[in-house]
Design a protein around this ligand. Structure first.
Ligand SMILES: *[C@@H]1O[C@H](CO)[C@@H](O)[C@H](O)[C@H]1NC(C)=O
Length: 136
């Protein structure tokens, strides 16, 4: 009887165990990456620039408002901006992209591991689909 109670209690404790998992919090408010393509130390991002040397330009990318050429077989052009283009994005977990499409252009199926995507269509209509691993 007592053994059965202990086994039942152990199963219930395992069944209702609360598990938390998340990325660690960043260690600083910002960590502008140093513009050194050869830097190979990665601790929660790339090597930080001395905060006293950080400039507004480290958080700026010019020309994203300009349309890109879509004269290619896919009829699309993806301009990806991440820490390699905007050094201030280092460790912030943010990237963005500008997508230009010719009529009937397409962006091949792809994944965004551990990332969320928000699309803003400025002109025209964009057909977007999802592939799910747990269909209805
Ligand atoms: C994307 O557009 C840029 C600028 O218009 C161009 O230099 C580049 O070749 C284009 N990329 C593709 C894949 O068409």
């Amino acid at each position: 009887m007592a053994v059965g109670f202990h086994i039942t209690a152990a199963i219930l404790m395992l069944a209702f165990a609360i598990v938390h998992a998340s990325d660690p919090s960043p260690l600083q408010d910002f960590c502008v990456a140093i513009a050194d393509a050869d830097a190979s130390v990665f601790v929660n991002g790339k090597i930080c620039k001395d905060p006293k040397l950080v400039k507004p330009e480290d958080f700026f990318f010019p020309g994203l408002n300009n349309p890109r050429s879509t004269s290619n077989p896919l009829g699309s052009n993806v301009t990806l901006l991440n820490v390699d283009q905007i050094l201030g994005l280092n460790t912030l977990g943010i990237s963005l992209a500008r997508l230009d499409f010719a009529p009937y252009g397409l962006n091949p199926p792809h994944t965004h591991p551990r990332a969320t995507e928000i699309l803003v269509v400025l002109e025209g209509t964009l057909l977007v689909g999802f592939v799910t691993s747990n269909p209805p």
